[in-house]
Design a protein around this ligand. Structure first.
Ligand SMILES: NC(=O)c1ccc[n+]([C@@H]2O[C@H](COP(=O)([O-])OP(=O)(O)OC[C@H]3O[C@@H](n4cnc5c(N)ncnc54)[C@H](OP(=O)(O)O)[C@@H]3O)[C@@H](O)[C@H]2O)c1
Length: 301
């Protein structure tokens, strides 16, 4: 017996997470996907949000819209709060009024990074800057405004598109002899496509009756530093090209100032998502190999 496809509406669908989730969900007959870019649905406009949801009446909303640059958030705090907090409030209110459950992406930056062993969902939040604060406010609007939500905190997203550390590093490695990478900040890189797998798995389970609303952590398996990740990116790229970069220099955070303060440990513990949904962390290294290959299929060497 075949059921009707589950209707999902994806916001921020042109971003790295949005694109990967859209791509995977569209390839699965379980879902009927409406994927909306910022131009098609601006979540900071409450009347547009309710209008669009009312017209489409999806079974689920997946919110991938967000301002994800911590440095930009320090420069443009109003925009960060408007999008990461008020935008989520608009979605929460519209979804609550139409009884549409929401899956929302959040971040390790809600923590201050002082726990060297990493963070579980029960740990206290303490954002260090505008980005983390604005994301935390968005989480709170959803938690208090509409119980039928999944907040999925993820870390260090990378993919072959968008603005991310892997692409910035590849660009530097192709054009500069020396590259500096911070070696005292620890975290777990997460492929946008691995995240998509996780979101789809959660959606299928809650569509089939799992009553498991709440906050979850997910990240790729294996803790590393920005330096360690850079080494892996460069090694993968050297399979395809003789890079200009000859020196990868480890530096400390204090010698590599940025506008936003970043958590020194961004490791998210992923036990709860395993216990509740049976979702296991996958190694980021194999995804890195795959995405660097796709990158080289796209660029001219
Ligand atoms: N990237 C990471 O390392 C990371 C880590 C942890 C959590 N997250 C979270 O994951 C989510 C997705 O991140 P991402 O890396 O996929 O970000 P991204 O690539 O920047 O994608 C965000 C998308 O949101 C869209 N957008 C911006 N303003 C909007 C608005 N007012 N209404 C609707 N859409 C809007 C953007 O469109 P335009 O490009 O047209 O502006 C973009 O397509 C964010 O919530 C982020 O906080 C990201």
């Amino acid at each position: 017996m075949f059921a009707d496809p589950v209707k999902v509406l994806i916001t921020g669908a042109d971003g790295q997470a949005g694109y990967a989730i859209t791509h995977l969900a569209k390839s699965d007959p379980f879902f009927a996907v409406t994927a909306l870019s910022r131009k098609q649905l601006d979540i900071t406009q409450p009347e547009k949000v309710i209008e669009q949801l009312d017209a489409c009446l999806p079974d689920y909303v997946i919110n991938c819209a967000g301002l994800n640059s911590a440095d930009r958030a320090e420069r443009e705090p109003e925009r960060a709060y408007q999008l990461n907090a008020e935008g989520v409030k608009n979605l929460a209110q519209a979804c609550a009024s139409l009884s549409i459950p929401v899956i929302h992406l959040s971040t390790d930056y809600v923590f201050d990074g002082h726990y060297a062993t990493g963070y579980s969902e029960k740990d206290e939040t303490a954002p260090l800057g505008v980005y983390g604060l604005s994301k935390f406010q968005g989480e709170e609007y959803l938690r208090t405004g509409w119980p039928q939500h999944i907040i999925l905190r993820v870390s260090w997203l990378f993919s072959e598109r968008g603005d991310n550390f892997m692409l910035r590093l590849l660009d530097e490695a192709r054009h500069q002899e020396e590259i500096c990478a911070v070696d005292d900040r620890r975290g777990c890189p997460t492929s946008a496509y691995d995240l998509a797998r996780v979101v789809v798995a959660i959606l299928k389970q809650i569509s089939n009756g799992a009553d498991a609303w709440g906050t979850y952590h997910y990240c790729g398996a294996e803790v590393t530093t920005r330096y360690g990740f850079s080494e892996a990116v460069i090694a993968a790229a050297r399979q395809y090209e003789n890079l200009k970069a000859t020196h990868l220099v480890p530096v400390s955070t204090k010698d590599y100032p940025t506008e936003a303060q970043r958590p020194s440990t961004s490791v998210l513990k992923c036990q709860k998502i395993l216990n509740v949904f049976g979702i296991r962390q996958r190694p980021w290294r194999s995804e890195l190999q795959r995405l660097v290959r796709i990158y080289y299929d796209q660029v001219e060497t």
